[in-house]
Design a binder for this molecule. Structure first.
Ligand code: ATP
Length: 242
């Protein structure tokens, strides 16, 4: 699968008098990882929530060659999936039941259609397979993130949006999770990854955008952004831009 999955144009979101996103534009193609990096409060979560239809917005969201105007449920059914920053797992349910819930949009759920996807998720995350009977609330931070991503994949999305998957995780666990995210390209899903951890995000991504106080200020191939002096100085802690 190739071609555009998501095209966002002139995208604006206001919280009352405060403009949180101001004319943002970005593209995600099938089988590509696109990252949006930026500091605290830049509008990264706002961007994902507005694309998902959780927040009202102005501008256009073109998803799979159609202008998206539906609510959240319609967007999920058409193939959008968001892993929120807070993960939002069902703590008192098992790992496996959390996964099954992620497949609620699938018409083939009752006919066992989700079983093959669940097995794929277990292959991607062997740790989840080991712990399939464990309550989600007792998982480690890294395992919770794996479960949140696994649950999103159960819907077989065309666009997977990840809100700071590295948040609160040890560097080794971040590496493990980003390695798995990199492998998801092969399935053809388009990935929009929002991160404060610019170093890890630019390493895994194909293309990157820098978001600062609601505006996209820089964009380019991720490898190129990683060597841009402004990015290096501000987001990678590599000394002054001069
Ligand atoms: P972080 O990395 O800290 O989550 P972020 O880049 O995801 O930051 P957002 O959470 O999208 O940023 O916030 C963007 C701006 O909008 C911030 O100035 C924030 O204070 C403001 N904001 C976010 N949610 C609301 C809200 N519900 N009401 C009013 N202002 C909000």
């Amino acid at each position: 699968m190739t071609g555009p999955v998501l095209q966002v144009r002139d995208f604006c979101v206001d919280y009352g008098q405060v403009r949180a996103l101001d004319g943002a534009a970005l593209d995600v193609d099938a089988g590509r990882i696109v990252t949006v990096i930026g500091p605290n409060g830049a509008g990264k979560s706002t961007l994902l929530n507005a694309i998902m239809g959780v927040l009202p917005s102005r501008g256009s969201v073109r998803f799979l060659d159609r202008d998206e105007q539906g609510g959240i449920e319609a967007r999920v059914r058409r193939g959008m999936s968001l892993v929120p920053e807070k993960r939002e797992l069902f703590a008192s349910m098992t790992v496996e039941d959390n996964l099954v819930l992620g497949a609620w949009v699938r018409p083939d759920l009752r006919r066992g259609g989700a079983d093959a996807t669940r097995d794929e998720v277990f292959r991607l995350f062997p740790r989840l397979h080991e712990r399939r009977g464990q309550l989600a609330g007792t998982l480690s931070g890294g395992e919770r993130q794996m479960l949140a991503i696994g649950r999103a994949l159960m819907a077989r999305p065309r666009l997977l949006m990840l809100d700071e998957p590295s948040l609160g995780l040890a560097p080794l666990v971040v590496r493990e999770i980003f390695h798995i995210i990199a492998g998801l390209r092969d399935s053809g899903v388009g990935i929009l990854l929002v991160e404060q951890n610019a170093r890890a995000a630019l390493q895994v991504a194909d293309h990157g955008y820098v978001l600062e106080t609601g505006r996209i200020t820089l964009q380019g191939p991720a490898a190129q952004l990683a060597t841009d002096p402004r990015v290096a100085a501000t987001y990678l802690g590599l000394g002054s831009a001069g």
